[in-house]
Design a protein around this ligand. Structure first.
Ligand SMILES: *Cc1c(COP(=O)(O)O)cnc(C)c1O
Length: 457
């Protein structure tokens, strides 16, 4: 199995190289050269078995099945629910697939716990070591840290904007004790942190001394790992399933598209967005034009340019990388993406639709669902259940639950008048010692900090 870039000008790579590279050298995203067929999952007993079978179609002969099975078994042993992704029934046709039972109570654990172990295995095989640097506005940081903590071949340095993440979010990162985890609070904004990370990848000394890497949402391994729950869930419900997906970077819903392309019984997808509704405007009105990002109650969806959309665009262009690169260049210069009507009709209509759910509607939905079903959802999930409740479909409708309600307790309290119960693992954070350094918003100081903290390990 080879991987090609969506912009058509980077060399094709094997799975391990595509995994470690993240972004392709032409700025594109890696996708498999061909889409495999879904393997027979009926004999899979555990979720880890299904994840192994799905991953096996994508890694080719680079990683043997026994190793994949070990990585998947270890990854999902960290989850607090025996089903890994349990289904909760909301009414006669609506379900919730809970993706938040991983170690950091966020859906990103489902992919990152597996990807962290695959990284480690590939690095071990190559006797290589990487330093992952990332910036986080809250949730992604802790999921990435938990996925690689304690690994010999990986250091992780996570930057967060000092004083601008919640107490729980900060403590989820700073109370991790493993020596390969390094947290820096930057005196600046999230954008400053992101700019510092980008600049460090180009920093002559740092970039030549350390093998720098990222585990952001464009990484192919993350999309691959997310295909599994679309397949297991739609097969378990036994009908052409509609998925309602709270969408930010389009990684989650693109994994659903891949599952459908491989043959999973999926009818279509309904994306939910918050007030940052570029995808809803695009899918409903054909208007993909950038606007300012506004902060909402569902911060993981506060995104204007969804990086993984490029993978779908590549498919819409019948895998013509040159055309995809041109279209994206026009989008960057004009702020508008134009798609031909026949491209739209063939690839989008009937497969994707979208619903915009603003903060008021999100709070109303948390309230409605709690009173009707007793199920308390977080604001990201609420956008999806709100979208799902509008769907006209005879078969099963599954809304993806992407965060534990206790992680967004303030919003839930606003909707319900009381705070959700804090799981023990989150409550414990408040008595654990914190470990992080405050660093000025200055590239040379931050680069020197990264060199220093990663030198010893
Ligand atoms: C990351 C995230 C999303 C968005 O997922 P994408 O793959 O970026 O579309 C939605 N909800 C929560 C809670 C998230 O952490």
């Amino acid at each position: 199995m080879r991987y090609v870039s969506t912009r058509g000008r980077a060399p094709a790579l094997g799975f391990g190289d595509a995994l470690l590279a993240g972004l392709a050298s032409d700025g594109g995203l890696y996708v498999p050269e061909t889409w495999p067929a879904l393997p027979d999952l009926t004999r899979c007993v555990t979720y880890a078995d299904a994840a192994t079978a799905v991953a096996s179609c994508f890694v080719g002969d680079e990683i043997d099945d026994a190793t994949l099975a070990r990585c998947a078994t270890e990854a999902y042993a960290t989850f607090r629910h025996p089903s890994i992704v349990p289904l909760v029934q909301l009414d006669h046709r609506q379900w919730l697939a809970e993706l938040f039972h991983g170690p950091t109570f966020a859906f990103k654990d489902v992919a990152l716990q597996l990807v962290g172990r695959l990284f480690d295995h590939v690095l071990e095989q190559r006797s290589d070591h990487i330093t992952i640097i990332g910036a986080t506005s809250g949730d992604t940081g802790s999921a990435a840290i938990d996925a690689v903590r304690g690994r010999d071949n990986i250091d992780i340095v996570m930057l967060f904007p000092n004083g601008r993440v919640t107490d729980v979010q900060r403590r989820q990162m700073t109370t991790v004790e493993d020596a390969n985890v390094h947290i820096a609070a930057i005196d600046g904004t999230f954008d400053d942190c992101q700019d510092l990370v980008k600049a460090m990848f180009l920093h002559p000394r740092l970039a030549s001394q350390r093998h720098l890497s990222a585990v952001n949402s464009i990484n192919w391994g993350r999309v691959m790992a997310q295909v599994t729950y679309y397949a297991t869930t739609s097969l378990a419900l036994g009908g052409e399933t509609v998925f309602a997906v709270p969408t930010g970077n389009f990684g989650n819903v693109f994994a659903g598209w891949v599952a459908r392309r491989m043959g999973a019984p999926i009818d279509r997808f309904v994306l939910s967005t918050n007030a940052n509704d570029i995808l809803a405007r695009f899918l409903n009105e054909g208007d993909m034009s950038m606007r300012e990002v506004v902060p909402t109650l569902s911060p993981s969806m506060d995104i204007q340019v969804s990086s993984n959309f490029e993978r779908l665009l590549f498919e819409m262009n019948d895998r013509d990388g040159g055309m995809t690169a041109e279209q994206l260049a026009r989008f960057r210069s004009s702020g508008r993406l134009d798609v031909e009507p026949d491209q739209r009709a063939e690839h989008l209509d009937g497969t994707f639709s979208a619903t915009r759910v603003d903060d008021d509607a999100t709070l109303a939905e948390i309230h409605r669902l709690a009173h009707r079903t007793g199920v308390v959802v977080d604001p990201h999930t609420a956008t999806a259940t709100a979208a799902a409740s509008l769907i006209d479909h005879d078969g099963p409708v599954v809304a993806l639950a992407t965060a534990h309600p206790a992680k967004f307790a303030d919003a839930v309290a606003r909707a319900l008048g009381q705070r959700p119960e804090l799981p023990e693992a989150l409550a414990e954070l408040h008595v654990k010692a914190e470990r992080f350094e405050v660093v000025a918003n200055d590239l040379e100081l931050v680069a020197a900090h990264v060199e220093r903290v990663t030198a010893a390990t």
